[in-house]
Design a protein around this ligand. Structure first.
Ligand code: ZN
Length: 376
């Protein structure tokens, strides 16, 4: 009942950010960087254990960004600075109030089957006995983030061609992770979550920005939802014996016409995505009502975002209890997990004070204790 976990990332310690920079300048060797990566991972894993979490991650310490790291792992992607894709890219981001990773993984060669996160799992298993969650970028997200109209077209004429190739690699990686004993594979799909902000004819701000910087084209609301569904289903097809979840974000602006509208706007397609668990942001204001989404579920679990990852105020356990209670009455306490809204640092340079993150997690674990008593 009320399994506690995280969405994925934690702030990188300063020594690690410095080491990444020094490594790119050739001032730090691969062995030296590896040792610091292991140190940083040990710190985070220990912190998650001390907070009392049931299912933990490695804090994504090895990744420079939750999506662009595929560029370092999978042969076929090339890291390209956003200004090389469009000289005035930073102005576009400012104008649309959107944050994108500056170093972008762009598909320039056919993708080759490669390990994406198996190495992360293998290392984590040497330092903890807890159940381990591995997060992986979803194929629909990777399609929008990495296909470029000029640079990718020679190898992948359409973005969908790239996405299908990536989905195949993803499926193989999920099977590898399963064989290595992963407890949970989470597919990160913020792009589908952002679609809540779009209309049939008008894309949301993220797609609008990528249209301008990557030369992609919005297909319309329904077609986008269908495509996301089909791509995820292709990646998880026939995979059994491992819990697979999908994470979506909202981050609505206060002046958005969709403020307060939840992921139910993605019905029915989202409900046909064959995952065991939906990991959803609900603590941040304007994200909608989780009950509206949960009412339509058919046996799946929901990991409910109960603490915010931008706001530094530490939520009280009682506040978290009241957020989760109604949902647990509807779904049953075994189908409700408690998580923060999102990763605490999806990109390496995005810092969130670790002491605050730790206090929030402690509060969440305390709430799980109260809820377990209430429901047993
Ligand atoms: Zn997220």
């Amino acid at each position: 009942m009320f399994t506690t976990s995280v969405v994925g990332s934690f702030s990188r310690p300063k020594f690690l950010i410095d080491a990444f920079d020094d490594f790119s300048k050739g001032k730090v060797t691969k062995e030296q960087l590896e040792e610091l990566l292991q140190d940083a991972t040990k710190l985070i894993v220990k912190e998650e254990e001390l907070a009392g979490l049931d299912v933990i991650t490695d804090g994504e310490q090895r990744r420079t960004s939750f999506v662009s790291f595929v560029g370092q792992k999978i042969a076929g992607f090339k890291p390209v600075h956003i200004k090389e894709l469009r000289p005035d890219a930073l102005e576009v981001l400012r104008r649309e109030k959107v944050q994108l990773t500056y170093w972008r993984a762009v598909a320039t060669e056919p993708l080759k089957d490669s390990v994406i996160a198996l190495d992360e799992l293998q290392y984590s298993k040497t330092i903890t006995d807890r159940q381990i969650k591995i997060t992986l970028p979803s194929p629909y997200l990777v399609m929008w983030e990495t296909w470029h109209s000029e640079r990718s077209r020679a190898v992948y004429p359409e973005p969908e061609d790239l996405a299908k190739d990536y989905a195949k690699i993803l499926r193989r990686e999920i099977l590898r992770l399963k064989d290595a004993g992963v407890a949970f594979v989470q597919l990160d799909e913020p792009m589908l979550g952002d679609l809540v902000e779009a209309s049939e004819t008008e894309p949301d701000r993220y797609r609008r920005v990528i249209e301008q910087i990557h030369g992609q084209k919005y297909r319309g609301f329904r077609e986008e939802a269908r495509l996301a569904r089909d791509l995820v289903n292709e990646a998880v097809q026939g995979v059994q014996g491992v819990r697979i979840g999908m994470h979506m974000d909202r981050w609505p602006n206060a002046d958005s016409p969709n403020y307060g509208v939840g992921y139910e706007k993605l019905f029915p397609e989202v409900l046909d995505i064959k995952v065991k668990q939906f990991v959803l942001e609900y603590a941040s204001p304007g994200s909608g009502d989780p009950v509206r989404f949960a009412e339509a579920l058919d046996g799946q679990e929901m990991a409910l975002g109960v603490v915010q990852v931008m706001d530094r105020r530490v939520e009280e356990p009682q506040e978290i209890v009241s957020r989760a209670e109604g949902l647990a009455k509807l779904l049953g306490p075994e189908r409700v997990w408690l998580v923060p809204d999102c990763g605490f640092a999806p990109g390496m340079y995005r810092g969130f004070p670790k002491s605050v993150a730790f206090a929030k997690l402690k509060s969440m674990v305390a709430a799980a204790g109260i809820l377990r008593k209430k429901f047993s």
